[in-house]
Write a protein that binds this ligand. Sequence first.
Ligand SMILES: C[S@@+](CC[C@H](N)C(=O)[O-])C[C@H]1O[C@@H](n2cnc3c(N)ncnc32)[C@H](O)[C@@H]1O
Length: 238
Amino acid sequence: MNANVQPDGGAGEWPERVAAVRRELTEHGPPRRPDGAPDFATVTLPDRDGDQVRDLLVQEGAGTVVEIGLAYAGSALAIGEALSRTGSPNPRHVVIDPFQYTAYDGAGWELLCSAGLDGIAELVTEPSQRFLARLADAGFTADAAFVDGSHHFHNVFVDLHFLGEIVRPGGIVLLDDVWWPSVGAAVRYFETHLGWRAVPGALAGGTTDPADGRPRTGAYRLPDPRPTPDFREFRPFC
Ligand SMILES: C[S@@+](CC[C@H](N)C(=O)[O-])C[C@H]1O[C@@H](n2cnc3c(N)ncnc32)[C@H](O)[C@@H]1O
């Protein structure tokens, strides 16, 4: 598939079509919110942060992205827009969310389909902590990952552990909600012990905590080559 042509062969550019679906979601919310489903504004990555994520992935020339946490597809559309713009000959977007049909009635996946992204995306409806292990075993490689699934420390830690195997050395891992201690602590282990480094200036135009200026999102570059730490040199990381 030519990444810059609308996949259905219709008039117009594919990236514009993705951007239009994103805009519609930002301005009017999802097409439906099933009874008891989480609030759109609460769970969705803010639009300006989505723009930052899109721009960074385009700058990186990412062709394959693994994403955890679909919900109403706010971040997924930003990632899809990036993949439609990078010009990769074979863009791929693996999206993992066990609750897309049980909690969101498939609304996020429908939005990806309406943007013509279903040709490059696949939805996996099982917990990322289980699926990523199999993806790593299969030798799957990604250029980048976006993490916004379970926010429990142990789950984020497991996600990052497997993403450290799946994302290629020198690739990047982006996280939403690093301002939460559970998420921030998990990523600090990988910075302290496994050589992950915050990408300077990345996502700098995104949302910050009004109280102390801490950024909401984070971007980390994986070391190349992957280090093998010595367990005897363990240091407290948070
Ligand atoms: C904050 S929302 C994601 C919002 C989305 N990134 C956006 O910008 O629209 C968190 C999502 O993570 C999903 N989730 C929760 N536990 C998960 C798990 N163990 N594995 C993968 N996804 C999970 C939830 O179903 C929910 O859709």
